[in-house]
Design a binder for this molecule. Sequence first.
Ligand code: GLU
Length: 473
Amino acid sequence: MTIITRFPPSPTGFMHIGNARTALYNWLYARHHGGKFVVRIEDTDRARHSEEAVLAILNSLKWLELDWDGEIVSQFEQRDRHVEIAKELIAKGQAYYCYCTPEELTAMRAQAKEEGRSTSYDRRWRDRDPAEAPEGVPPVIRIKAPLEGETTIHDQVQGDVSVSSDNLDDFILLRSDGTPTYMLSVVVDDHDMGITHIIRGDDHLNNAFRQKIIFEAMGWDIPVYAHIPLIHGADGGKFSKRHGATGVEEYKDMGYLPEAMRNYLLRLGWAHGDDEIISTAQAVEWFDLDHVGKSAARFDFAKLDSLNAHYLNEADDDRLVDLIYDEQDEIVKQRLKSGMAELKDRAKTLKQLSDESSFYTKKIPFDFDEKAQKILDEGPMKVLTDLQDRFKALPSFTAEGVEQACRECADELREGKLGKVAMPLRAALTGTTVSPSIFHAAEILGLEECLERIAQALGKCGEKNIEQHAVSN
Ligand code: GLU
């Protein structure tokens, strides 16, 4: 049997992080078993439907690199088939027309409430002769839910979960306007698409009982169910905006790598011993439903950051350059590539990587941040001009040579304090006060660029000259 899993998002405009995990688990399960992972867009809510909302979800799937098999199915486009099945259930005696008007239903509920009975539909048309149908009332089609016993879901995560038939009413399959309900559409689509395993959030467990009734009424195979606990925030509440970003695209924009996100989401509800770093290939090999946790996992940003730092460090330098720099200046690209090993070692996110490497992309004239300007305000002119001369005299402009030049400059002008030379140099070369090794950065920038950046900095040096200061004191 080919295992077929599915991801059936409702196009709400973005992909919630919980849905991303659901998609990942379905994808992994299918890939592990050499099966298929299919996507169905549950787009029956036409009033709120938009193509952009569908695209947002597909883009998130693509970004996460969760590739799907075959064509994407539109649930809306299957509506004739859903109607056909509702009628077939009538023919099989498994469903019936109900001619209650909304007013009648309201009155029925009010009375039940008054008498302390259940307010679910009282099945008044279940055994009534349709010949008695009132004129001009368009009927709905209702399922004949079992009247006795219980319905049990053999869930791969939750175990056996049962609900008494008293709690399941004859729910609607086809509305009076002829449109199928969600409950019917999902079952028909899952059957027609050959879905063998349904892995989804446990907020759908209640639907599973009703869906099973439809599968049974049609005599169709019931898929294997696995309802996974929802993701919670740090305070234990259902993960929502107040806990942090909920949309996958937001994580992309914050600078997380898709492989880090996959690893993080995988571990958020599934475990393989104590392993934290699990590559996607490894995950495909190991993933199963037995090790999906039964209790809700809490979203932990620190963990995500540390995984992202790991994957950044492992990522190919050329790829990282392409991710943080979208211009075509080959000289800048080359600098970024040369500096990448050191830069990526320091960064937790692409955003941070991009910020901390931006000095390589600057073009003279560029702005200096407040702290860098403060260093220049102290008037390190003598140090900077001395460095210019020493740099020009170097036989080759390497990190070691630059460091040596700085040491000699420090010995001569700063009582051997290397920091007092390195800081003005860093300010001059980067316009900031943070960077990886400035000696290495200088080598990457090259002699000519360094001399030009130092010349620019000299023009920004303050009135207060510490050399003169020192002499007058
Ligand atoms: N469309 C539903 C949702 O986005 C999923 C339904 C299902 O998995 O059966 O929550």
